[in-house]
Write a protein that binds this ligand. Structure first.
Ligand code: TXA
Ligand code: MG
Length: 313
């Protein structure tokens, strides 16, 4: 495995059916040819991901979206406003997309990511890329090349595009009976979507009892460290042997180590720092940590969603 900035090298591996970690504005993806079943199988294997968990197809233009799926008129304003960007649309697939990609569903998840390196790579390829987040199944998503290198040594190449700008995965949206449904909270906020679509969005986040989309299992994004949510009521004895992940200034005293998501209470900064901070807990061999929820608005909802899943045992 090599880490480098060569788009040509990444392209060569992908053309041969290899798997390459690519940068996006949200998190790093583990990419392979979406039309090549062997490449897709290598991705499932590298991540130790069950085959019933479908993959997002990445392309570089609206023309390509239309080549692989049917975009309903109702979702066009959203696609036009956000793409390239942190939005994934669940669309009726065309037959060229293998069933392995969608776990047998007739809907395919599609997105145009916003990262100059990966957009250029995609535009040079004559096939789309499947790219789940480049982490072992259930672990914290990667937001820089070294995160990928640490957990997925079997990838052929890591295309270095620096640290991800947003740090939280794309928001997943689809239609049911012509109504807009949100399936995963992400870096595009509900407020933004409602403003663009001029209607209320129904939120249907899957839970453990119905794991149709396992990215939405209760437990996900979990560090090995024992993590729980901060509450002011908790006994201060907790603090003695625990570290704390804090949002804002003035973290409470007495904790072993303090990690800051954003001293200035910026939700964007907190989103960008969340996954790398969760990973730091494990790097520092932290046994126990407590994490503060952020205000439940804008991208804060997605941050809290990831925090709660990371705390689930
Ligand atoms: O920001 C992102 O979306 C990142 C970057 C790399 O693009 N990708 C990402 O992929 O988060 P992944 O595989 O970690 O999460 C994709 C989620 C999973 O929960 C999966 O179950 C769901 O999308 N999904 C994918 N295809 C689907 C489909 N056809 N129907 C329902 N859910 C789908
Ligand atoms: Mg993931």
């Amino acid at each position: 495995m090599t880490i480098g900035t060569s788009i040509a090298e990444a392209k060569d591996y992908l053309k041969k059916g290899g798997i390459v970690a690519i940068p996006t504005e949200t998190v790093y993806g583990l990419a392979g040819n979406a039309l090549n079943e062997d490449a897709i199988l290598s991705i499932f294997k590298a991540k130790n991901r069950p085959h019933f968990d479908p993959l997002i197809v990445h392309v570089s233009s609206m023309d390509e979206v239309n080549k692989y799926a049917y975009l309903p008129q109702k979702l066009e304003p959203l696609a036009k406003a956000i793409w390239p960007g942190p939005l994934t649309l669940l669309l009726k697939k065309k037959s060229i997309i293998p069933d392995l990609v969608t776990a047998g569903s007739d809907l395919v998840a599609m997105r145009i990511p916003k990262h100059p390196t990966s957009l250029q790579l995609l535009s040079l390829l004559d096939f789309p890329l499947v790219a789940p987040s480049a982490n072992p199944f259930g672990y914290v998503s990667p937001t820089n090349p070294s995160h990928v290198a640490k957990n997925l040594p079997s990838v052929d190449y890591i295309l270095d595009g620096g640290t991800c700008q947003l740090g939280i995965e794309s928001t997943i949206v689809g239609l049911i009976n012509n109504q807009i449904f949100l399936y995963r909270l992400g870096a595009t906020s509900i407020e933004q979507i409602e403003q663009i679509c001029k209607e209320k969005v129904q939120v249907q986040i899957q839970n453990n009892s119905n794991p149709k989309a396992p990215g939405m299992l209760d437990k996900h994004y979990s560090p090995s460290c024992q993590l729980s949510i901060y509450s002011e009521m908790k006994n201060t004895k907790e603090a003695i042997d625990a570290s704390i992940i804090w949002f804002g200034d003035n973290p409470p005293k007495g904790f072993k180590k303090v990690y800051q998501l954003s001293k200035s209470q910026s939700l964007e900064e907190a989103a960008k720092n969340l996954f790398s901070t969760l990973r730091l807990l494990d790097e520092h061999e932290t046994k126990k940590a407590i994490i503060k929820l952020v205000p439940d608005q804008g991208i804060g909802r997605a941050i809290n969603d990831r925090i709660k899943r990371a705390c689930t045992r």
